[in-house]
Design a protein around this ligand. Sequence first.
Ligand code: ZN
Length: 187
Amino acid sequence: MDFAFVSGNPALDLTGTVLSRRDEPVDLLAVPADLERWVAACDELPDRVTATPSSFDAALNLREAVYRLALDRVLGRRFDTPSLRVVNDAAAGPLPTVRLDDAGSRMSGDLSAVLSHLARSGIAVLADPGARLKECGRLDCTRVYLDRSRGARRAWCGMEECGNRVKAAAYRARRRTSATPAGRPER
Ligand SMILES: [Zn+2]
């Protein structure tokens, strides 16, 4: 499955590499090479990093800590202390370097620098009282995203990922209802 970058923040996008967290979680980052592909696919990060088994573990640790803190925000709870420690420790490390040229900017650094950058991105959004963090309205999805839409009326992580699926399912349900003579008309 392709990675989705729909959460509006790279640290939240990282948490979205586990799908269906409540029921049957699917982890898209099963091996270090998956993480290397994810970093390469993320626009905000270096094109190439090498993940060792230990840096891969650190990345998954950071991912789960950011997810826990984001969920704490969504649910209006106090932040989980061990997760705060993981994110704050990651954020304290050296950052990637950024260079500007006519083609745009290019970031480079190793995976630990990438994790520092991700941790800081996560902190920026988690600390922002105006950031509207939401869980996707499609129950099976469980992605957390930043709603930047006007009026904060966005209901899904992404239209392609979930919105269209929900709408198609609702359409099929309506058709089933109207095809049954005894079916109650929808209000
Ligand atoms: Zn979704």
